[in-house]
Design a protein around this ligand. Structure first.
Ligand SMILES: C[S@@+](CC[C@H](N)C(=O)[O-])C[C@H]1O[C@@H](n2cnc3c(N)ncnc32)[C@H](O)[C@@H]1O
Length: 250
């Protein structure tokens, strides 16, 4: 029987011979979003449904891939609302999606891990993930992100995460800085800024073989214990792990 050409093409592309070929892997890597990006999409949509206001803070920018995704996710959800594509979003206010994205990074790569807790594979040593701020800015501009919508804050978190720096209210925090110490500093800075209904995404939850006494997991456990004014509800668990935040202090 006659099969339309596009169906035959689809079947060929999905066949094991093509899927698992060298070019197939490349194609899939190019076309499939990382799981973390799906979680960002879901988080941005949920914040819109819940009408949560505040800005976005990313800790660990590297070349700007996830920062750019955060931007596109906001534009996508805005489009869903404005064009009435998804009924559940019908009552959502698109103005809450006009968030400023703050990207914190040394732009010199990872710091020297000073904690035995951060003992990690060789590819994660000092200077790994070094990418210049100028390159990230150029990539953002190439993708149509206005400079005032994405603020890049260079420096080691110990120096750059000051009381004056960054937004007063954070609706979405993307924590992608690999190390226990870096995560601990970022969370400490976030504590007074997280709004009720905010979402925290941990990109590196499963590093260190998923050990709860290492990396982001340890930093979060300590942070949680030290901040009874904040309650956390687990949201999504995949290659990343995310939590909804409730404030008990007003
Ligand atoms: C895995 S990369 C981030 C990946 C990025 N989100 C992406 O989508 O490609 C981790 C980043 O965290 C930054 N970083 C980690 N600890 C830091 C610290 N204490 N101060 C400043 N930057 C830090 C590194 O410079 C590095 O760019």
């Amino acid at each position: 029987m006659f099969e339309p050409l596009f169906l035959r093409l689809g079947a060929w592309l999905l066949s094991p011979k093509v899927r698992y070929s060298r070019s197939g892997y490349r194609l899939r890597a190019l076309m499939q979003p990382a799981h973390g990006e799906d979680v960002i999409d879901a988080a941005v949509m949920l914040l819109a449904v819940n009408g949560v206001r505040g800005d976005v803070a990313e800790f660990g920018v590297f070349e700007g891939r996830s920062l750019l995704h955060l931007w596109h996710a906001h534009r996508w959800v805005e489009h869903l609302i404005v064009d009435g594509v998804v009924p559940i979003l019908a009552g959502a206010d698109p103005s809450c999606l006009r968030r400023v994205l703050y990207g914190f990074d040394s732009f010199e790569g990872l710091p020297e891990p000073t904690e035995v807790l951060d003992g990690q594979p060789d590819w994660m040593g000092r200077g790994s993930f070094a990418a210049g701020e100028a390159g990230v800015r150029a990539e953002l501009r190439r993708n149509g992100v206005p400079d005032q919508s994405a603020v890049l804050v260079p420096g080691w978190f110990d120096d750059s995460l000051t009381a004056e720096q960054g937004p007063e209210q954070v609706a979405l925090a993307h924590i992608d800085c690999d190390l226990y110490e870096s995560t601990a500093v970022a969370l400490q800075w976030l504590a007074p800024r997280l709004v009720d209904g905010a979402i925290l995404i941990f990109d590196d939850w499963w590093l260190y073989r998923g050990r709860p006494d290492r990396g982001e997991q340890r930093a979060f456990a300590e942070f949680r214990a030290a901040h009874p004014e904040l309650a956390f509800v687990e949201l999504l668990r995949s290659t990343t792990v995310s939590f909804l935040v409730h404030r008990n202090d007003g």
